[in-house]
Design a protein around this ligand. Structure first.
Ligand code: MD6
Ligand code: FE
Length: 208
């Protein structure tokens, strides 16, 4: 089932079934072994985020005192990010409607008290591709507005296995996570929520 939440915002509740969710959690354990979760910090102030992050794919999103950016290596180990697992490439092919592969997958881990303030995803060079997100574990209360801060917003719940795509008119919409509903899923033994966002960062190669 596919729900159009707003122009450019599409929600697929239960896109990943229970076995695909378990497979993805196993792949993420491998990714976190090679590229440990780190605590990102706000540009300028250095205030820590409440979520922990890692990445897979050719590029990874990082944030620290020097700013937000994509880079090819883990900020602490200096190692290249692990490859994107096939299940993520498949989700992109099935849902993104974009003909070139994703380059980055940001993995956010939320413990029960973590939140994500309203923000735009605008560090990519290419806004033609949507951002595709997959959620695992505890349900989150997600809020989306328009492309201007302070406008009307709508809320939706993102449960384990749900996919959400942000593109077209909504590609630069403000959005964030108000809170996590602790205990709403048994997928992760210690609780919490994982959110994966798949992105195209650079423009596709030009035909000669
Ligand atoms: C989250 N998601 O669900 C945060 N960004 O934890 C995002 O920030 C996000 O879900 C761009 C597109 C889809 C998203
Ligand atoms: Fe975002």
């Amino acid at each position: 089932m596919k729900l159009v939440v707003a122009p450019g915002v599409t929600h697929w509740p239960g896109y990943l079934d229970a076995s695909a969710q378990s497979e993805l959690v196993a792949a993420l354990r491998e990714i976190a072994r090679a590229a440990p979760f780190f605590v990102p910090r706000m540009p300028g102030t250095g205030k820590p985020f409440s979520v922990r992050m890692t990445n897979c794919g050719a590029l990874g999103w990082v944030s620290d005192e020097r700013g937000y950016r994509y880079q090819p290596a883990h900020p602490q180990t200096g190692q290249p990010w692990p490859a994107m697992p096939p299940i993520l490439m498949q989700a992109w092919r099935e849902l993104s409607g974009y003909p070139h592969p994703p380059e980055a997958c940001l993995v956010n881990f939320y413990e029960a008290s973590a939140r994500m303030g309203l923000h735009q995803d605008r560090d990519e060079q290419d806004f033609e591709a949507p951002v595709l997100s997959l959620s695992l574990g505890d349900t989150a209360l997600f809020r989306i507005g328009g492309t201007q801060r302070g406008g009307r917003t709508v809320s939706l719940k993102l449960a384990s296995g749900d996919a959400l795509s942000f593109g077209g008119a909504a590609r630069l919409a403000y959005h964030g996570i108000d809170r996590i509903l602790a205990g709403s899923s048994a997928l992760l033994p210690q609780g919490g929520r994982l959110n994966l966002t798949l992105r195209r960062v650079t423009p596709p190669p030009q035909l000669p």
